[in-house]
Design a binder for this molecule. Structure first.
Ligand SMILES: Cc1ncc(COP(=O)(O)O)c(C=O)c1O
Length: 441
């Protein structure tokens, strides 16, 4: 596949140009391991196009991504899915839609809601993996849409932090029967279009979705795609994104997305097939000692407590073997694979998990989890942008949650800004080892 951005950058650097333009490094590094990146780091010089008014190499590269993902439009973000989520919600606000969101959102959704002054209607999933993971049915979505007095949209996170995928096709059908757009936070699922048939949210009926290319594909951190299946959103997405995005998007990240398209088209499917086959084997071979959480294949989530070891202890023991995981809590350890993960790496992981299995103790069922519906006292925006103080969680009972600061990862809220903090919330804060909380003064 033609990679117009990368090709432009390498051609420009090869000319030995006299750079009388930004950035200030003039194409030269400081004698560090980063030096190779500097000659390719440019600004909007003639021919380089401009992200938010793209008509040249960036537009061409985005069209390559749109063709590969079969979308009506795909826009690049150099500020992750966070910027795409802000954009999706701004597009909904332009249509005066209420936002019905499944509660296990990432904090990027909360910060966007604060910036846009949104009042969110929560839909609570049946939690199956602590606060991180759960199931929501199309019937629940239909009931929430039926109860909405004004036009709405639905926001779902899938895959969630443990890799569990929602029934996007079923939810999309319900949304469309109610003329409600479906927005999917697919930050963890940029690779889902590599399956045949595609498991990508756009293929399953989503109207808008974001993919963090950097999370699951070989792309630099910060790279994300905003996809839409609707021409009306494709026409407005750039203007909406420019409300929040830097006026100096990184060309290194744009080039990384450009190269990622070529990877998807040329190698992605074969790599994914190889890794998923190896992961199926690994899960089978370790099934006598480790239980795995069901979900999309590249999230190798171990139900550690149920297998006889705290998730955090398993993560530490893996670290002792030089293996660093994505996330761990008392119940789960999340290991993220990527399409480029090699068979040798998976063998190394399998050998380590086999050795560590000998140290397991008594299996423990994860504590049952439910999030009592908190009382909403004031708007998210008022609570998050007003004065606040930080108090130990023990002193937070009955106070109003101010900040959207939640530990990252996993960055999933327990109490949301504007909600009263109950004793039940405090127990959940403790369970996740959160020592302090910001409360409205
Ligand atoms: C589910 C989910 N959504 C959104 C985000 C934000 O994505 P990004 O870091 O690409 O801005 C994350 C980041 O971890 C996430 O896990």
């Amino acid at each position: 596949m033609h990679t117009p951005i990368y090709e432009f950058l390498t051609r420009y650097a090869a000319q030995d140009p006299l750079r009388m333009h930004m950035p200030g490094h003039k194409g030269r590094g400081l004698g560090s391991a980063l030096d190779a990146a500097f000659p390719l780091d440019i600004t909007e010089i003639p021919g380089a196009d401009s992200l938010f008014d793209a008509a040249g190499i960036i537009a061409e590269s985005e069209a390559n991504a749109a063709a590969w993902y079969h979308t009506a439009g795909t826009v690049y973000s150099t500020a992750g899915s966070t910027l795409c989520i802000q954009t999706m919600l701004a597009l909904m606000q332009q249509e005066h839609r209420r936002v019905l969101a499944v509660r296990n959102v990432h904090r990027a959704f909360l910060t966007a809601s604060v910036l846009l002054g949104l009042e969110v209607e929560w839909i609570y999933p049946t939690y199956t993996g602590g606060i991180l993971s759960g199931t929501v049915t199309p019937a629940q979505i239909a009931a929430a849409l039926d109860a909405s007095p004004t036009p709405a949209c639905v926001y779902v996170t899938s895959p969630d932090y443990l890799g569990h995928c929602a029934d996007i096709a079923g939810i999309a059908a319900v949304c469309h029967a109610h003329q409600a757009p479906l927005l999917v936070d697919n930050a963890h699922g940029a690779h889902l279009g590599l399956f045949s048939p595609s498991r990508h949210p756009i293929a399953l009926g989503a109207d808008l979705c974001c993919d963090s290319a950097h999370k699951m594909l070989p792309a630099l951190t910060g790279c994300a795609y905003l996809h839409t299946s609707q021409p009306r959103y494709a026409a407005r997405a750039k203007a909406a994104m420019s409300l929040f995005g830097s006026t100096s998007p990184s060309y290194l990240l744009l080039a990384s997305l450009d190269l990622c398209n070529a990877y998807l088209a040329e190698h992605g499917a074969a790599d994914l097939a190889r890794v998923t086959a190896a992961l199926t084997m690994l899960r089978q071979e370790l099934s006598d000692c480790w239980r795995f959480y069901p979900g999309e294949p590249l999230h190798l989530t171990i139900c550690a407590a149920e297998s006889g070891m705290e998730g955090t202890e398993l993560a530490q023991r893996l670290e002792g073997e030089g293996i660093f995981c994505e996330y761990a809590d008392r119940d789960f350890t999340v290991l993220l694979c990527g399409c480029p993960t090699t068979l040798q790496e998976l063998q190394r992981l399998q050998d380590a998990l086999r050795r560590i299995a000998a140290l397991r103790g008594q299996p423990r069922q994860p504590e049952p989890f439910s999030l009592p519906v908190p009382e909403q006292v004031c708007s998210m925006r008022r609570a998050a942008l007003g004065d606040y103080e930080t108090v130990p969680v023990e002193a937070a009972e009955d106070r109003i949650c101010a900040g959207v600061h939640v530990p990252c990862p996993p960055a999933i809220p327990i109490a949301v800004s504007g909600e009263r903090i109950s004793g039940a919330c405090i127990n959940i804060f403790r369970r996740y080892g959160i020592p302090t909380v910001d409360v409205v003064k």
